[in-house]
Write a protein that binds this ligand. Structure first.
Ligand SMILES: Nc1nc2c(c(=O)[nH]1)N[C@H]1C(S)=C(S)[C@@H](COP(=O)(O)O)O[C@H]1N2
Ligand SMILES: [Mo]
Length: 509
């Protein structure tokens, strides 16, 4: 059977084949529109795929999101982005296709291009509310449809349809490549907010330097162990494209059950006396021996100074809200002891960690440490937060943990194991190590305490190993004397528990 005969047998087959050129042109236009948007918006929420990714994350069933976070980790975020890119390109292609069909009726050159470009710009604007990047979308779509419309008029001996298609696809590729390169520079430009002038850095750069020097001198010299102040702080959030906030337009308001609602500009917060605090964060969704526990020096102001002028009665709780539509609720007392940070390790808060300002809530799971904070709402009734709506219970104090993060063979034949331990504001009093699967225990050496009431500590233990593979187990005791519970549980819903245990083969360290 020839392909033509196959097509004839499929019901409606001929119509599909006749529509194919329009579909391909529309598809190429959709991809080019995506690229045009990226060229002008970079990797920000003004990029058409941004709101689509946000919509997916918000509407996806809790179980799927939990799976994405706990099992897939960063891959889950990338899959979400990939889906968002495909859907956004599909929406733009559909609007371009409608334009092309309209134009076919009008049968006048140029109408298709204008209709497709306007349609795509409208879709883009409805999604992002960003005018300039939507013009980029229109330009990408318009370019491809223009090539497809005009190519057949060139006096060459090839069939018009074929030239139309080749032109559209080549044009789509060219626009996409250009948009990608341009958008990447644009994205970098957006990211320079990080290094932007936040002024007045001198007043706190000295203390940050000395805190850093102190932390460096207290860090245990162990190969492969992260220093006390993390060099590579983890990130977890719900966004495919993080908010890119202009600090001159950002405000922070105190609302809800207060005597008088108030609103701060960034400058007003920067004018208050700054303080530095060493604070660790840990994500409730991480695996027991995972990497989502880190420590930094933060600069900002005590939250009590932000909320007190509003007149805050003794209510039960507070909801923190952010520009990415993230929100978390927890007891008001915890907010009174908390910190509003706009600096991290002596620099302005990086965009991915919440620029221009985030909350740091002592000793609680990472999720209540809301980034891109823009509203503090005092509540009279408890209410579920973003993750609690999805089944998590991650607003309370962190679990105690000792992690084993480094193992080295020493020159004298001994083995060195080391890691980090954290128990929030309870502190770490002791870390013990067993090299026989939990039969016998010995104290590890702890790093000296940092000037903080919410910081992790490092531990190290060196021993002469048996000849065979053996099981090394670690466990911490918190500052209140509680031994880290042995019973194992999954991260979902309220954080992992159990003792970290690692098989070590002395021939293979
Ligand atoms: N606005 C906003 N804040 C947020 C999140 C978020 O998705 N959006 N994620 C939370 C979670 S789950 C964690 S563990 C911490 C992580 O902070 P980091 O990315 O600076 O490490 O941020 C919290 N704050
Ligand atoms: Mo988290």
């Amino acid at each position: 059977m020839t392909p033509t005969q196959v097509i004839d047998r499929v019901p409606g087959g001929r119509r599909v084949v006749a529509a194919l050129p329009t579909l391909i042109v529309a598809g190429a236009a959709g991809v080019a529109g995506l690229a045009g948007s990226f060229a002008l918006a970079g990797f920000t929420p003004s990029f058409v795929a941004g709101p689509v990714a946000g919509f997916l994350a918000r509407t996806m069933p809790g179980a799927v999101i939990t799976f994405a976070i706990v099992v897939l980790g960063d891959l889950g975020k990338q899959l979400n982005l990939l889906a968002a890119l495909s859907i956004a390109a599909g929406l733009l292609a559909a609007s371009a296709g409608v334009g092309l069909l309209v134009a076919r009726r009008a049968d006048f050159p140029g109408v298709g291009t204008v209709a497709a470009a306007v349609g795509a710009a409208v879709v883009s604007f409805l999604l992002t509310r960003a005018a300039v990047p939507s013009l980029g979308t229109a330009a990408g779509v318009g370019f491809v449809t223009a090539v497809a419309e005009l190519a057949p008029m060139a006096p060459v001996g090839e069939s018009a349809d074929r030239r139309r298609l080749l032109g559209a696809v080549a044009g789509g590729l060219a626009v996409s490549a250009g948009g990608f390169l341009f958008g990447r520079t644009g994205a970098k430009h957006g990211a320079t907010i990080d290094a932007g002038t936040v002024g007045n850095t001198e007043s706190f750069s000295m203390p940050v330097d000395s805190l850093l020097a102190e932390a460096n001198s207290k860090s245990l010299p162990v190969d492969g162990l992260e220093p006390l102040i993390s060099e590579n702080f983890y990130t977890v959030d719900i966004n495919a494209t993080d908010p890119a906030i202009d600090e001159s337009e950002w405000t922070l308001s105190v609302t809800g059950a207060v005597e008088e609602e108030i609103e701060y500009t960034f400058d007003e917060i920067r004018e208050m006396d700054a303080e530095n605090r060493i604070v660790s964060l840990r994500c409730v969704g991480e695996s027991l021996n995972g990497r989502k526990l880190d420590n930094a020096i933060w600069t900002g102001v005590p939250m009590s100074r932000i909320i007190e002028p509003a007149g805050v009665p003794d209510e039960c709780c507070v909801m923190l809200r952010a520009t990415d539509d993230f929100f978390e609720e927890f007891p008001l007392d915890a907010l009174r002891d908390s910190f509003l940070a706009y600096g991290m390790n002596g620099n302005p808060l990086p965009r991915k960690h919440g620029f221009p300002a985030r909350a740091l809530i002592p000793g609680r799971w990472g999720e209540v440490n809301v980034k891109w904070l823009d509203e503090i709402e005092i509540l009279t009734q408890p209410k579920d937060g973003y993750w609690e709506n999805r089944g998590w219970m991650g607003t309370g104090p962190v679990n105690t943990v000792a992690k084993l993060r480094a193992q080295n063979k020493l020159a004298d034949g001994r083995i060195e194991v080391a890691g980090r331990a954290y128990a929030g504001t309870r502190g770490i009093r002791r870390v013990e190590v067993s090299t026989d699967g939990g039969e016998t225990w010995t104290d590890a050496t702890l790093s000296e305490e940092l000037p903080s009431d919410d910081a992790l500590r490092q531990w190290v233990y060196r021993y002469r190993p048996p000849n065979d593979t053996h099981e090394v187990v670690v466990r911490a005791t918190d500052g209140e004397g509680n031994l880290q519970p042995r019973e194992e549980s999954n991260p979902f819903p309220s954080g992992p528990t159990g003792w970290v245990s690692v098989e070590i083969d002395p021939q293979n360290v």
